[in-house]
Write a protein that binds this ligand. Structure first.
Ligand SMILES: NC(=O)c1ncn([C@@H]2O[C@H](COP(=O)(O)O)[C@@H](O)[C@H]2O)c1NC=O
Length: 506
């Protein structure tokens, strides 16, 4: 394949860090440089000659830097087709020097918005010349190499190290693809800034793609767009799968709601065991007791550093993934005995505040359900008020039910989930499922509390809960039949609190 040599580079970068390495490398290959003000000074500070773009255009940088490179002498040098006779003639006629490489680092628009800058400052950070350079050079990838962000310095460096300053069409096309990734991401950010809360269009841009082994099932393809490694460090284990990612997301969302030392075990995005205890191993044992059968092959998460004693207990069961803020050395030794086990350190627990999913012929977007009930949210609606201990358990159970697939019912006592009913088509079925599960694992529901993710349309749930031994109930309230459930509580001696917040999870 024919290779093309880079003879002249136009360099215009906002952040100058790491630029020296690539400039020195290109200089050693005999590449000439032309640059905008700050970048030119930087290159010259390396004792490398660099001509000013002003000398090329015959114009100074004007309008406070709004117009620097926007000139036919620059864009003609980039966009001319080297094999087009008319282009060649015009380039010669107007004395336009060819530019074979463009290196740009755009004005930091997103960072400026994130820093909370005012509108005039933000608008000045909309790069015009840089984005045009990127677009032009990427369009003419047949002849030009485009490095559109600092992330492509390394690939270019590696290329020059192995090939000298010569590139193939295929290599230049790869850089062009990356460049359009940069420019479209940049414009999406600008659109979202202008669109604000109007949400007149959906733009989500993610440049990092990880091809997964498969999707939800082996016959489905799957890709994760995102930077998993920004949130997690994988200490060992097999490649993260599509379903692992769904479970990891559910696990992190769940554990984020707990401040006490807590251990949770999840299966298919629902907690099958969870408990809070002052000592981690006790939290683990109590979580596992919730449903030791479902725990098999589950995803484990805790908000505390895993110690040796806890690791020894955990090691007794088969599980796929464990997530923790850290591990003691001895704990790692124990947990890493099973080589396929995915062991993750959670570095950054912050998750996007918006949720979206594709459906029908479009996309659904919503705010994440971040509401966590506090004692102040609770309204006692029955004659009997819950005890202090029951209130703690009600809030504990309510956090779990919020992260459980609807219709959902959770039973808990002493900050341990006893059982749950998940994903049922009727609330009463969810409740019956929870009662059966509690019985299956020998939990006495006497004195336990019940949380419901949505209101009770009929008094049947409360009646069944009372029969099972439940003494206090938490629910959003808001049904036209609330009074029937409340009356049933009063009749059977239950305390009930309402929160005013429904937590459906469809
Ligand atoms: N207006 C222009 O013609 C123009 N040409 C290049 N830039 C940007 O100017 C920056 C580099 O400026 P300097 O070399 O002066 O530090 C780069 O981020 C580049 O994307 C421009 N500035 C913004 O649009």
């Amino acid at each position: 394949m024919e290779k093309k040599r880079i003879k002249r580079a136009l360099v215009s970068v906002y952040h100058k860090d790491n630029l020296d390495v690539i400039i020195k490398k290109l200089h050693a290959e005999g590449v000439e440089f032309v640059s905008t003000g700050g970048t030119q000074s930087f290159i010259e500070s390396l004792d490398i000659p660099c001509s000013a773009v002003e000398d090329l255009t015959g114009y100074p940088s004007i309008l406070g830097g709004r117009v620097k490179t926007l000139h036919p002498k620059v864009f003609g040098g980039i966009l001319n087709r080297r094999d087009n006779e008319l282009d060649k003639a015009q380039i010669a006629e107007y004395e336009i020097p060819e530019i074979d490489l463009v290196i740009v680092d755009l004005y930091p628009f997103e960072a400026t918005v994130a820093a909370g800058a005012d509108e005039p400052t933000t608008i000045e950070k909309i790069d015009i010349g840089g984005i045009s350079l990127i677009r032009a050079a990427a369009k003419n990838y047949n002849d030009v190499v485009i490095v559109a962000s600092q992330e492509q310095y390394e690939p270019l460096f590696d290329l020059i190290s192995s090939n000298g300053a010569e590139t193939t069409l295929e290599e230049r096309r790869w850089f062009a693809k990356e460049a359009f990734g940069v420019s479209s991401h940049y414009d999406s950010a600008i659109f979202n800034y202008f669109d604000g809360q109007d949400k007149s269009g959906f733009r989500m841009s993610e440049n990092n793609a990880k091809i997964l082994r498969y999707g939800e099932n082996p016959h489905q393809g799957g890709i994760f767009f995102g930077k998993f490694e920004d949130m997690f460090e994988q200490l060992q284990g097999r490649e993260i799968s599509y379903n692992n990612l769904l479970d990891i997301d559910a696990a992190v969302n769940l554990i984020n709601d707990f401040d006490d030392i807590t251990f949770a075990i999840l299966k298919h995005n629902n907690a099958c065991g969870i408990a809070s205890r002052p000592v981690l191993v006790d939290a683990w044992n109590a979580a596992l007791a919730g449903d030791p059968v479902s725990a098999f092959g589950g995803v484990l998460i805790t908000n505390a550093i895993i110690d040796k004693t806890t690791a020894e207990e955990m090691n007794k069961i088969f599980f796929e993934v464990v997530i923790a803020p850290d591990y003691d050395l001895e704990a790692i030794e124990i947990l890493s005995q099973k080589k396929n086990r995915i062991i993750l350190i959670i570095k950054e627990a912050k998750i996007k505040s918006k949720q979206f999913r594709s459906l029908l012929n479009g996309v659904l977007l919503q705010d994440k359900d971040t509401h966590i009930e506090t004692p102040e949210d609770l309204k006692v609606v029955t004659t009997k008020a819950p005890t202090a201990g029951e209130i703690e358990d009600l809030l504990f159970a309510n956090k779990i039910v919020k992260h459980t697939k609807s219709n959902a019912i959770v039973f808990a006592k002493n900050k341990q989930m006893f059982a749950s009913g998940v994903g049922q088509t009727s609330r009463v079925d969810a409740l019956k499922q929870a009662v059966d599960k509690a019985a299956a694992f020998d939990f006495d529901l006497k004195g336990a509390v019940m949380a419901s993710d949505a209101f009770f349309p009929f008094p049947d749930c409360v009646e069944l809960a009372a029969e099972a031994g439940i003494t206090a109930v938490i629910q959003p309230g808001g049904s036209i039949n609330d009074k029937l459930s409340i009356a049933k509580c009063d009749e059977t001696g239950l305390a009930m609190v309402t929160t005013g917040f429904r937590h459906f999870k469809h």
